[in-house]
Design a protein around this ligand. Sequence first.
Ligand code: NIG
Ligand code: FE
Length: 394
Amino acid sequence: MSSTVISNIATLVTNDPSLGDASPLGLVRDAAVVIEGDRIVWTGESSKAPATDNRFDAEGRAVLPGFVDSHSHLVFAGDRTEEFNARMSGRPYSAGGIRTTVAATRAATDAQLEANLTRLLAEALRQGTTTFETKSGYGLTTEDEARALRLAARHTDEVTFLGAHIVAPEYAEDPAGYVALVTGEMLDACAPHARWIDVFCEKGAFDGDQARAILTAGRAKGLHPRVHANQLSYGPGVQLAVELDAASADHCTHLTDADVDALANSRTVATLLPGAEFSTRAEWPDARRLLDAGATVALSTDCNPGSSFTSSVPFCIALAVRDMGMTPDEAVWSATAGGARALRRDDVGRIAPGAYADLLLLDAPSHVQLAYRPGVPLVRKVWQKGRRLELRWM
Ligand code: NIG
Ligand code: FE
């Protein structure tokens, strides 16, 4: 197995306090990283780096873990440009827009869905996302949900069954019938292709009792819960997520003090998705309040054609710093180690011996520039499982 040292790194973010300056980011200045095969085997000061077969000179730039985007909806067809346009002229966002994408997704061929998924993944990778989760939720029939998960599973291990995104249009008059389908035949067909189960717990989607029934049924089939919680209004989602030991409660925009306390006293990660607030002109989630209470916070894109059509984690970092009270260090941690926590992974989201060699070289001397230079494509090189990728824009 050949080894490579990346040397002459001005700032290395390890996310392991014991490997660096004892801050959560575990920063090392004038650093080097050694990769062997698909793993990190050594990190430290450049001058102490062991001998290796190959050498890559970072020329005084920053290196950080690849982004872990723990929340996206990438299996869909069509787009909703007109809905966005109308919203920016004052129309409010509601869960109902999902139906437009459901119709387009059902009508698409497997090849069309996979081509769209592949295009978005390439887009995300160029912006530094080396691990991503993605969901079904735009099929809402047994066949269409299972198909979405099968396609997603060709590209990632982090696949989430979201048959409970909204009540399928055919069941508009019979939501209980739809919950029975999701917890019965649809779950049976989908569980083999997924690791996680999710519910959109919200007015206009599923209430707390329905969400509990769906998540509990999923757990009985070996899927682990995560929850779309408290996005558009206050509600039971966060408490339910904590009660069921969900890996993550996602959105967390409308939280009571009791919700914040529950998150802070659990291992359920609060995953904030500022792309959604940006694209729906909604109130920002208060990251500062969650962090000050001691909750673990992740940052993700929520990439989907309705509420957040961005694949850019750097954009989300910049929003979180500017508008949600996070420091640049906190935002970078949340988009890397935080995402890994939200997926209950410790082999990604950090640059430490034993972890996958997923790392980014920025065209900047410090990770802080991800927030300081918003909108600028700073990700210069990406390594995924030890391989340096060719990054091309089409
Ligand atoms: O996470 N909240 C529910 N689902 C998506 C929106 C999906 C859509 O509008 O198509 C979200 O924001
Ligand atoms: Fe979402």
